[in-house]
Write a protein that binds this ligand. Structure first.
Ligand code: MG
Ligand code: ZN
Length: 359
């Protein structure tokens, strides 16, 4: 009997030793979430086929898919899609940062703020458009742009770079939110080229009154890649780490227009921004980089093409969004959790886990 007790004790001790040796998975200090709005697998492959050099998408070892349907529709919009990624809750189409009954939800950006991390948003649309707004605002309508802009003042966001200045200083309520931002320590900058990354304080960088032009219309090819790099360099000064969301906003608009050149040029532009983020993540070693979409747009089909000449023949089956699963590419600590097929809301859950945050 005593021998048995002895043996059991030894086994228990061995067991606990073994447990102690099991190392906790490495946490991410920084997370960069990059969203190609409307970027399904076929948009990615169209860009890969047309590009004359390999795109960054191909460098990711961990890839998965998420299901994009919203709380009230098989086909999501960017409000519900952005909210699912930002807050981990499926909501109704048009909703921004609120659940189906309108209750405000806390985004990953706000959790990051609570944990003293630096936070930022970069987009090629206006900053109050559905995707970036989902990380900041709480509203039952994505079209209340002035209200969405007002919600920026209720946050501690350290940096944003996008269009949409008019929603801050040319408002129907005559409020000047640019002055309010200045009073709160923001550097107000017009034009992405004019960002002094060595300046102290927060950054509100406006690149247009409304949306930015598309690449085809002449948007500076450096706007998104350089802004992504500037955002990383500014936020990375925070020793506690950072959360940054970068959106390639206009891939979606090319899909709505059924314009393959628009889709491909915006997807390649987005990939150039991904490249900058991936270079940083590789050097840094503590950064989780996730590249995904909120939904697919256009029901894009590739029905012909030629690899040698980098040409494709594309057909769109709708001028709206489609319901298909969208890709996820992940790199860095926690990236291994992004393989497989899961709900869009789980992107939020996996980011929370990677940061070591609890709800
Ligand atoms: Mg968007
Ligand atoms: Zn859309």
């Amino acid at each position: 009997m005593t021998r048995l007790v002895y043996l059991l004790t030894v086994l228990v001790l061995l067991g606990s030793c073994k447990q102690e040796k099991t190392t906790e998975p490495k946490k991410a200090k920084n997370i960069i979430l990059m969203i190609g709005d409307g970027m399904g697998v076929n948009q990615v492959y169209a860009a890969m086929s047309v590009a004359t050099k390999p795109l960054s998408f191909e460098q990711f070892k961990y890839t998965g898919f998420h299901k994009t349907y919203s709380a009230n529709a098989y086909i999501t919009d960017s409000g519900a899609g952005g909210t699912a990624l930002a807050t981990g809750v499926k909501t109704n189409n048009r909703h921004i940062g609120v659940d189906p009954i309108g209750k405000p939800l806390k985004s990953i950006l706000k959790y990051a703020e609570e944990h003293n991390l630096a936070t930022g948003l970069v987009a090629t649309s206006s900053i109050v458009h559905a995707t970036p707004a989902s990380f900041i605002a709480n509203d039952t309508s994505r079209y209340n742009y002035e209200a969405l802009a007002y919600d920026f003042l209720a946050t501690d966001i350290d940096l944003f770079i996008a269009g949409g200045r008019k929603y801050f200083d040319n408002r129907s309520d005559s409020l000047n939110l640019i002055d309010s931002l200045k009073n709160r320590g923001y550097n107000i900058v017009d034009g992405f080229q004019n960002v002094d990354t060595t300046a102290a304080g927060k950054f509100a960088v406006f690149t247009a009154e409304g949306h930015n032009p598309s690449i085809l219309e002449g948007r500076d090819k450096n706007m998104l890649p350089q802004s992504t790099e500037n955002a990383i360099n500014i936020l990375n000064k925070d020793k506690d780490g950072f959360f940054l969301m970068v959106e390639g906003s206009q891939i979606d608009w090319g899909g709505h227009d059924n314009d393959i050149d628009y889709v491909v040029s915006e997807t390649i532009d987005f990939d150039h921004a991904v490249k900058r983020a991936l270079e940083f993540a590789k050097k840094d070693g503590e950064t989780l980089l996730i590249v995904t979409a909120d939904h697919e747009t256009g029901g894009l089909a590739l029905v012909g093409g030629e690899m040698e000449t980098h040409t494709i023949e594309a057909k769109f089956t709708t001028d709206h969004h489609s319901s298909v699963m969208v890709p996820v590419f992940a790199y860095g600590p926690g990236a291994e959790n992004f393989g497989g097929i899961y709900e869009n809301t789980e992107v939020f859950d996996k980011m929370m886990k990677a940061f070591g945050f609890t709800k």
